[in-house]
Design a protein around this ligand. Structure first.
Ligand code: SF4
Ligand code: SF4
Length: 70
């Protein structure tokens, strides 16, 4: 699963751009930094490749295998 720590996000869009499944998009809610942050559009399509986490310059994304929502 993918966990996005939205308050670390600076809305660079890298995770959205590089997700091979195109299931991340910038949402409509601002975080504590006043930035819009990404949301997952179709969790079932996620292949937990962790490219989003690797690309994130803020370390805002954590990808783990399986598990339930925290
Ligand atoms: S783990 Fe891979 S497929 Fe899942 S949201 Fe991140 S980049 Fe996309
Ligand atoms: S890569 Fe990180 S900082 Fe950039 S939009 Fe995605 S979550 Fe936010």
């Amino acid at each position: 699963m993918v966990q996005i720590n939205e308050n670390l996000c600076k809305n660079c869009g890298y995770c959205v751009k590089f997700c091979p499944k195109k299931i991340l998009e910038i949402g409509t809610v601002r975080n504590r930094r006043g930035q819009f942050y990404p949301v997952m559009t179709d969790e079932e399509k996620c292949i937990t490749c962790a490219i989003c986490a690797t690309m994130c310059p803020e370390g805002a994304i954590e990808v783990t295998e399986g598990g339930s929502k925290a």
